[in-house]
Design a protein around this ligand. Structure first.
Ligand code: SF4
Length: 356
């Protein structure tokens, strides 16, 4: 493990304190801040408007970041999945997506190594929880991808590996760093949660202009509990009032995510219950046809006809309904597929890629 401290994670005030300690004038902090967060430079030596003596002093004690690239997979649709190594030997994945019709790049960030929530359809859940990522480790995923790809990333989704609201403080710190230092607007960021009610209430009180996405995936406790054990702790009768409170506090429309699992939650009855449940909630509904990750998971993607029928049934309610455009399914970069493929056997990897 490197003994040097990574600077990604330091905000401007912290960098000002750091350059002061090094005996340098305050304006050097602004220059360093710009190199790290805006120009995404990872090498002190390339920070050419810093005095050579400062670059040497920085390199003695610090590094810019600490992620190492383990593997990069490029999808036919241009989606890129990054597998990053962390200094303690753990690995995480992040995804760069390009939406041609809107000419927008978005990055999907991980917030934890593994995940404790253990949704039954999710590859990350099968890894179990390893540890929380620091604010710097979360932020660096974006900066590394910007540096590597040259893409002008305008949208961030905290929707990769992990449950962001179970790593609340670090996720919030990363969110503010990305907003203030990496200059991505709060309205261009989405936090996706499986429904951790106390943390949704806490987030509501912060009155941020981000988008909250809820992985609802079922309209009743009986169906939801079959594949989302978190529903036992925060059942629908506590989750939905928390969402209404969130809307009241922030004025923001919520995104309801609904993964369609063939024969599990995709009938007309489920659609009708969903419409009744969400009738008065200020929300959009995003339907996500499931991406199979292996036969052992036991879930299948509904047929295209069933997906469209479900969409039409839900459209009978009063909400805007979209069917998610798939990104990177050929490289297992889609929702629920992130599983640190380098950690599994070549045979499993083949299954994960081919099955999608
Ligand atoms: S879907 Fe999200 S919350 Fe559920 S196990 Fe996977 S990473 Fe965790």
């Amino acid at each position: 493990m490197s003994a040097k401290l990574p600077l990604i994670g330091y905000n401007l005030q912290a960098l000002e304190a750091l350059v002061k300690d090094l005996g340098e004038p305050k304006f050097r902090a602004q220059q360093l801040h710009s190199w790290i967060y805006v120009r995404t430079q990872r090498d002190f030596d390339q920070m050419t408007n810093l005095a050579k003596s400062l670059r040497v002093k920085l390199a003695e004690k610090y590094t810019v970041g600490q992620l190492s690239l383990v593997e990069k997979q490029v999808s036919q649709d241009g989606t890129i999945k990054y597998l990053f190594g962390l200094p303690d030997g753990q690995q995480i994945e992040s995804v760069l997506m390009y939406f041609e019709e809107r000419d927008v790049y978005a990055v999907c960030l991980s917030t934890q190594v593994g995940c404790a929530v253990n949704c039954d359809f999710c590859a990350t859940g099968k890894l179990g929880f390893k540890r929380n990522l620091t604010a710097g480790e979360i932020t660096e995923q974006l900066l590394y991808i910007r540096h590597d790809s040259g893409a002008t990333v305008r949208n961030i989704v905290f929707m990769g590996q992990g449950e962001p609201l179970l790593n609340y403080d670090n996720t919030m710190e990363a969110l503010h760093l990305i907003n203030r230092s990496a200059e991505i607007g709060m309205r261009h960021m989405t936090i996706s949660t499986s429904g951790i009610v106390p943390m949704i209430n806490k987030l509501a009180d912060e009155k941020l202009q981000l988008t909250l996405a809820i992985s609802l995936h079922a309209p009743d406790n009986e169906t939801r509990q079959k594949f989302m054990p978190i529903n036992k702790k925060y059942p629908i009768e506590t989750l939905i009032p928390a969402l209404h409170r969130y809307v009241d506090k922030t004025g923001r429309r919520i995104t309801i995510e609904y993964i369609l699992l063939a024969g599990v939650n995709d009938t007309q009855g489920h659609a009708q219950k969903l419409n009744a449940l969400l009738k008065t909630l200020h929300c959009n509904i995003n339907l996500i046809p499931y991406n199979p990750i292996g036969e052992e998971y036991g879930y299948q993607r509904p047929s295209r006809e069933q997906v469209l029928a479900f969409r039409d049934w839900v459209m009978e309610g009063s909400h805007k309904v979209t069917v998610r455009i798939e990104r990177g399914t050929d490289i297992a970069a889609a929702c629920g597929q992130l599983q640190n493929l380098a950690n599994i056997t070549a045979q499993e990897k083949e299954v994960a890629v081919v099955a999608s």
